[in-house]
Design a protein around this ligand. Structure first.
Ligand SMILES: [Zn+2]
Ligand SMILES: [Zn+2]
Length: 150
């Protein structure tokens, strides 16, 4: 993420904190910045490891709670896949994911056709769709190289 994009995200963090009445503490800001810096859809533990190297003494609980708060405030996205830990996503634009079944790497993909998928014919009455995220499962390049070194 370039410095300009980074600066804009920090500004929106400060504005959102103000409008939601959440204090923009040094810790919250540091946790948010770690998510912006890590581009691999980190877990809460990944974020915790990096935050403690920057500001020692932050508890794991604080990191977990803050990530949930930031996701609720729509400053970051929360990604969950069955059977694996929740991941956090700095990318809040509409996008989709490639998920490696072996190493759990998540790769962002964008394709307008996926943003406008038709609603299922079997949609239950009264259900209102507010969005859709497509997840493709597969095996990433480095896992395939390990499997078949030819
Ligand atoms: Zn992989
Ligand atoms: Zn993503």
């Amino acid at each position: 993420m370039d410095t300009e994009a980074h600066r804009k995200r920090i500004t929106s963090f400060e504005e959102r904190c103000r409008s939601e009445g959440v204090q923009a503490t040094v810790q919250r800001r540091a946790i948010f910045e770690v998510v912006l810096d890590l581009d691999h859809h980190p877990t809460a533990d990944d974020v915790f490891e990096t935050v403690t190297s920057r500001i020692p003494g932050v508890s794991r609980t604080t990191v977990y709670r803050t990530l949930e708060t930031l996701a609720r405030m729509q400053l970051i996205n929360r990604v969950s896949h069955p059977g694996s830990a929740v991941r956090y996503d700095r990318n809040i634009d509409t996008h989709h994911h490639l998920l490696c079944d072996q190493c759990n790497e998540i790769i962002d993909v964008s394709d307008e056709r996926l943003d406008t998928l038709p609603a299922p014919d079997t949609l239950p009455a009264g259900f209102e769709i507010i969005g859709c995220n497509v997840q493709f499962r597969g095996i990433c390049e480095s896992c395939r190289d390990k499997e078949d070194p030819s």
